[in-house]
Design a protein around this ligand. Sequence first.
Ligand SMILES: [Zn+2]
Ligand SMILES: [Zn+2]
Length: 98
Amino acid sequence: MSITAKNWKNKKGTSGRSCNCGSWKQHWINNSGKPWPSKCSIDGCNNSATLGAHIINSSVSGEKIVPACDSCNKLTGEFDLKGGIKVVTANKSESCER
Ligand SMILES: [Zn+2]
Ligand SMILES: [Zn+2]
């Protein structure tokens, strides 16, 4: 099952959240089974990925985490993801606190 790359938005007010992984970056690594990418996941961005961003999409249920840079984590409008980006769930009961 592939997930859409189009029309994602940042979920607001998530900076105080944490999980068992210690950081959302580590959460992405633990749950994706992939190495941390060198670049941000947002289409058109060439910055280094520094954090796990909480993102939402009207056609996808639940909140997701993708590797992103600081400036993309502050985007207020919709954005697209690069192709092939692994999106992991932010729902702890389906991932690290299962
Ligand atoms: Zn976690
Ligand atoms: Zn970026």
